[in-house]
Design a binder for this molecule. Sequence first.
Ligand code: SAH
Ligand code: SF4
Length: 436
Amino acid sequence: MNVYDSRQIENMMRQAGYQRAGSADKADLIIVNTCAIRDKAEQKLYSLLGRLAPIKQRNPDVVLAVGGCVAQQEGKALLSRVPYLDLVFGTHTLNRIPELVARVISTKSRIVDVGIHVIEDPLPTENARGNGKEVSRFVTIMRGCDNFCTYCVVPYVRGRETSRAPDRIIAEIEALVGEGIREVTLLGQNVNSYGNREGLITFPELLLKVNEISGLSRIRFTTSHPKDLSDALIESFVSLEKLCPHIHLPVQSGSDAVLKRMKRRYTRDMFSERVAGLREKCGDIALTSDIIVGFPGETESDFQLTLDLIQEIQFDGLFAFKYSDRPNARAAGYMAKVSEKEKARRLQVLLDCQQAITLKKNRALEGTEQVVLVEGVSRMSDTRDPQWTGRSLNNKIVNFTIPEKIAPSEEDWVGRQVKVVIYKGLLHSLQGKMLA
Ligand code: SAH
Ligand code: SF4
């Protein structure tokens, strides 16, 4: 979401006459977009601001702005904490950034705007301009969240859930396709409740419309809350040819006691039942998830239940995080905190357990044919024998070569879907050779 928002900011500043500078020390304006999801993300802001301080010292006319979730959370306090900061703007102020920057410059004052305003929908073309090489883009379809999971800061910093109008989303994706984009990932904190509040179409209905956009090859989305994963959405994986067979379904914990205190509103059995439903309908759909270790009160046996669930489900990949207290989130007040050392240990045990599963799953793909959307030449590549890179339908990174006899390697394959036979499954990628 921040990637998407940052692009909107960049486009608005371009319209206001700014251009991207090569590096921070060549810029007249530095905008830092921030994430508050975990304490670590927030700390990154403070270390970055520390590194930017000498630039402001050398040239006080440089405008330094901080926006996004940490800005929304801290507001005025950020100006006091960072005396050389000029502008703090929140998550609902996106459309006002050019005006706010102009005001900082003309009044030579320090400004905070973290008010809750309606976020005007960006013009479709504003997201479109890319660097010509991009193949895949995020498209925000909803903002905010109403779920209030007890560990989570999102409802406080991003506000209530709102959905963008379908025609605006479609127009934006059509413009992206016109610029050469072939894959979109639709973004929302809980895409299943898309349109509910506004009485718009449902998420599966939106997917159907996106599926009809000609020139678009692939659709992905994130995130689907397990409690709301509907049969209609499962059906979409079967009926929509552009919807890629991969779902990110964050489970957070395998212990019902922890899930209850997290206020996730599903049990471990309900989660397993939904996964079984998915797999029954869509065979080899890839499944990834998020896990939080060390939620307050998580006992060793709760943690074992999570490990047990991981063994049972056999996810294709996991994002695992050490729990951290977030301002305003209810769990910050929960007792029985797990020590940092213990959280680190549990994280490592969990990652080791998942690594073995991921490797096993990727090795099982050796000998199979995968359809790959080509994104570019792989970074590891040497020029004599270029390695191309892209993603399979189920979202695995595939690095592959193109045999001389199939096609000259100078040909540009970016944005095209090709068939690749896999000869090696590694932990983070698959290795293959393009087929004729
Ligand atoms: N809306 C998505 C999650 C978005 S946040 C959902 O409900 O599934 C992305 C991930 O960050 C979460 O799934 C969770 O695993 C992690 N996360 C959120 N708050 C956290 C916290 N306080 N400490 C550690 N991890 C956290
Ligand atoms: Fe946070 Fe829960 Fe909303 Fe996801 S569903 S953004 S975890 S409050």
